[in-house]
Design a binder for this molecule. Structure first.
Ligand code: NAG
Ligand code: NAG
Ligand code: NAG
Ligand code: NAG
Ligand code: NAG
Ligand code: NAG
Ligand code: NAG
Ligand code: NAG
Length: 248
């Protein structure tokens, strides 16, 4: 005890201790700061944030600087185009419609497991639509219209059984309408016009008993219009011109 009080009067040691205390204080304030502003780690889901940052990384053109708001000084729930659930702070809506963006959708979009709506219409997105969208079990609306998406319709989206709107109007999608999508029994709008889809129009679309709009025009469909489509009493709009269908 005595020895302690004596050594502390040593000015060099005092200075050292002072510095040490400052260092400890500094470390404490850093940790208390992250506790006071936990926005980046504790609120919401870290994988949501990482998935959004991954999407930002895939944006190659952004003349309106829309993505500059997706930065570390703001919680991702406040980023342009993002709507979160107020209690869980999980991303519900990703809406970057008509923002002059070019880029692609990374597979990590499948980590945004609470998404109910994706709207990327009227941009210049390209590349394939990732199979990982099948992980979005609560997705109700996917709108990728007026872009340059290529490849096939991902079969794994059969798991998105809550889907109501599937709008790929005016892209470069190839292949046929996959049989797996017959699980989309809640569908109200299926818009596939102005792509390069081929094969026949599946009869099981007739099982979509809430379907209001079916757009298949300007593709490469063959065969005839299936009679089953006549079963859909809710159907108000059916566009099928500009294909290679037989008359019967
Ligand atoms: C981060 O985003 C906010 C708006 O969300 C913006 O005001 C700010 O300038 C941005 N910071 C940087 C470094 O871009
Ligand atoms: C997100 O998804 C990617 C690709 O699907 C996966 O490899 C990665 O581990 C996931 N990241 C996080 C943080 O969950
Ligand atoms: C965060 O998201 C990941 C990937 O989607 C999921 O596996 C995990 O359970 C989520 N965590 C919380 C706390 O919601
Ligand atoms: C999809 O997005 C386009 C363009 O952003 C919009 O015009 C269209 O109405 C949307 N489709 C649906 C079914 O809401
Ligand atoms: C396909 O969807 C299932 C069910 O949601 C999911 O478990 C699986 O990871 C998805 N596959 C890919 C390649 O993302
Ligand atoms: C559409 O696909 C067919 C092959 O299925 C191909 O021959 C044709 O060139 C494609 N058309 C366009 C406009 O991409
Ligand atoms: C469509 O519905 C009919 C009658 O309920 C059923 O027999 C048939 O298997 C269904 N088709 C598909 C592909 O689900
Ligand atoms: C249209 O279909 C017929 C018969 O299925 C086929 O002979 C013809 O080549 C097709 N035309 C085009 C432009 O695909």
């Amino acid at each position: 005890m005595m020895e302690h009080s004596r050594t502390i009067r040593n000015p060099v040691l005092l200075k050292f201790l002072h510095g040490f205390f400052l260092l400890v204080l500094c470390m404490m304030s850093t940790s208390s700061e992250s506790a006071a502003f936990p926005s980046h780690t504790l609120l919401g889901n870290e994988s949501d944030r990482l998935a959004l940052l991954d999407l930002k990384k895939r944006i190659t053109e952004d003349p309106l600087s829309v993505m500059s708001s997706w930065n570390h000084s703001v919680h991702f729930c406040s980023w342009v185009g993002i709507t979160c659930h107020s209690a869980t702070q999980r991303v519900l809506i990703l809406d970057l419609e008509d923002k002059q963006l070019a880029g692609s959708i990374p597979p990590s979009i499948g980590n945004l497991t609470r998404l109910i709506e994706i709207s990327l219409g009227i941009n210049e997105f390209h590349g394939e639509i990732p199979q990982e969208l099948g992980r979005l079990r609560t997705l109700e609306s996917l709108n990728l219209s007026f872009n340059s998406f290529g490849g096939k319709i991902p079969t794994n989206m059969s798991h998105c059984t809550q889907l109501r709107v599937f709008d790929l109007l005016s892209n470069k999608i190839i292949g046929s309408i996959p049989r797996q999508l017959s699980s989309w029994l809640s569908l109200t709008l299926l818009k596939l016009g102005e792509n390069n889809l081929s094969g026949t129009i599946p009869g099981w679309i007739g099982n979509f008993s809430s379907l209001r709009g079916l757009g298949l025009a300007h593709n490469n469909f063959q065969g005839s219009i299936p009679n089953e489509l006549g079963h859909i009493t809710t159907l108000q709009k059916f566009l099928v011109g500009g294909n290679n269908l037989s008359e019967d």
